[in-house]
Design a protein around this ligand. Structure first.
Ligand code: PBG
Length: 306
């Protein structure tokens, strides 16, 4: 008699693939999550597909970083190599998505390139994103996750994709992405040391309307899916879900994952019910798609329940 229930196919598993890694490396701040080698990535994608998970979201960690993130659009860069491996392993059984942002590739850790004064240069960054979009589409990504929060990024990438003949490559826009302390463990996951903060381009958690306004802009620019992040912004998620004309995603981020894992490890919270409740709240708020590091485990529980 429930109004809402979880489905494995609604879940998307974020995966990290690291260049020149010889075996999977566990992450201290995210128990149960690893940085993958290309081989272990293929196995993880197959495991997710077997579990019935709807998709994976791939993040690449290059061996070399520079000011403009040169590895980000290199056809042999780790993300493109990872994508080719993931697409083959998926064999059409799940959707392969990739993170489209520069922060994993720049030595300063910002999501864009910097101008002479050290500020993120919005429009110069769009040119880099366009090159990334084409490189990722060429490597076989089904959906590009535009997470950089530059103004005009959806329109710029849509144009570049269409011009290159990738009309069918979809765009998932990180629409309402808040400048959040809850991305903390992710920095370890991608070995990133951010210089400064992201408050000039990510949203202020004190501002709700601005987050909702971003939905209208991304829809006009051609987004195929809009996302709210962190997922804990349930009020924004509910409003975006009401307003959106396309599917709505929510990202249960690294810090949201780590909090439940840490409390459970201490015996302060009951792990499985807490995970299930957190995901149910996100669905109830209006998410059609949920990115969560628990995707495969939860899919397994859903099978048991049947
Ligand atoms: C940007 C990106 C970030 C996350 C996903 N994409 C980091 C950031 O914006 O600071 C965070 C995801 C998480 O914390 O789980 N490439």
């Amino acid at each position: 008699m429930s109004e809402h229930r979880l489905h494995a196919a609604d879940l998307v598993l974020p995966l990290f693939v690291k260049e020149s890694l010889t075996e999977p490396a566990p992450l201290g701040s995210m128990p149960g999550v690893v940085q993958h080698t290309l081989d272990s990535l293929a196995a993880a994608v197959k495991e997710a597909a077997d579990a019935g998970v709807g998709g994976v979201m791939l993040f690449g960690i290059p061996a070399v970083r520079d000011a403009v993130g040169s590895q980000a659009d290199d056809p042999d860069g780790i993300l493109q190599r990872g994508l080719r491996v993931a697409v083959e392993a998926a064999a059409g059984r799940l959707v392969v998505m990739s993170d489209l942002c520069l922060d994993e590739f720049t030595d300063h850790g910002h999501c864009g390139v910097l101008d002479g004064a050290g500020r993120v240069d919005n429009d110069a960054t769009l040119v880099r994103y366009q090159a990334m979009a084409v490189a990722q589409a060429e490597a076989g990504a089904d959906v590009l996750g535009l997470s950089g929060m530059m103004d005009g990024q959806v329109a710029a990438c849509r144009d570049a994709l269409d011009d290159a003949g990738y009309m069918d490559t979809a765009i998932l826009a990180y629409t309402a992405k808040y400048a959040s302390a809850f991305y903390g463990p992710f920095r370890e996951a991608v070995d990133s040391e951010l210089q400064g903060d992201r408050r000039t381009y990510q949203l202020d958690p004190a501002n709700g309307r601005e987050g909702v306004r971003e939905t209208d802009i991304d829809l006009l620019e051609g987004a195929d899916v809009v996302m709210v992040k962190p997922a804990g912004n349930l009020d924004i998620l509910a409003e975006v879900a009401q307003r959106s004309e396309v599917p709505v995603a929510a990202y249960q981020v690294s810090g949201e994952y780590a909090m439940i894992e840490a409390a459970a490890a201490n015996g302060w919270i009951s792990r499985r019910p807490a995970i299930e409740e957190s995901l149910t709240m996100i669905k109830r708020a209006g998410a059609d798609v949920v990115l969560t590091y628990w995707a495969v485990e939860v899919a397994g529980w859903l099978k048991e329940n049947r």
